[in-house]
Design a protein around this ligand. Sequence first.
Ligand SMILES: N[C@H](CCC[C@H](N)C(=O)O)C(=O)O
Length: 278
Amino acid sequence: MKSMLRFTKMHGLGNDFVVIDGVRQDVQLDAECVRRLADRHFGVGCDQLLLVEPARSADTDFRYRIFNADGGEVEQCGNGARCFARFVRDQGLTDKSAIRVETAGGVIVLHVGDDGDVCVDMGVPQLEPALIPFLAPQRAAAYTLEHDGVDYRIGAVSMGNPHCVLRVDAVDTAPVATLGPALEHHPRFPARVNVGFMQVLARDHIRLRVFERGAGETLACGTGACAAVVAGRLQGWLDAQVRVELPGGTLRIDWAGEASPVLMTGPATRVFEGSIVL
Ligand SMILES: N[C@H](CCC[C@H](N)C(=O)O)C(=O)O
């Protein structure tokens, strides 16, 4: 039976989303439906689809589910979290300025600023290989990853979702389109992986491009920015506060190190509202 679904199109620095209110709408999504909504020719088009649901526990305000354009449900989305916060406030679903949200990757706390930016406590990065998941004998600040006869030096971090970070001399000429998909599917990342290409300009300033798991290269990746700063700090290249310059714009990432949470601050933009027949 066909049904009409209302949605809001949003983006975080060009990483774009279809956001759906699953609080006031009865929404049943399967992978095929997500792929169709995400399709830039036959659907609305987006990198990820975000589904807002009622909280399932007393200590959170909402549940937030994230689906990549390939239809797969994933644990976390940083740019999406900022758009989520803007959405629930704009839609009158909450008037809180600190919003606790359950995700498949853990609880995150969103702080909506008066300046329009949103600061997200993305939680403590996970560095144990088995929990990333990444196949390695033990935890290290950096690993050697072999692919096609070449040894790459990488950082491996989970922000709830898995990230592999490589340092490059220049992001503009980095082999994102070829090495990105190859490493996304590397057998040592059993859940696949997001692949970040990081150029260090200063101890408080990097450029970053990310080939995202399940979506391809995006204009920005919030969890990728967090993972790059964590990997860079663990290798001694970066300070506690870093400007991360992505193709779609700049995020501020703060990480005091080790057991501290990673804080991500940046904008969230609403583009248009719409409805679609499913
Ligand atoms: N592609 C990611 C999910 C979206 C993350 C990204 N859009 C962000 O802003 O963090 C994954 O499969 O883990």
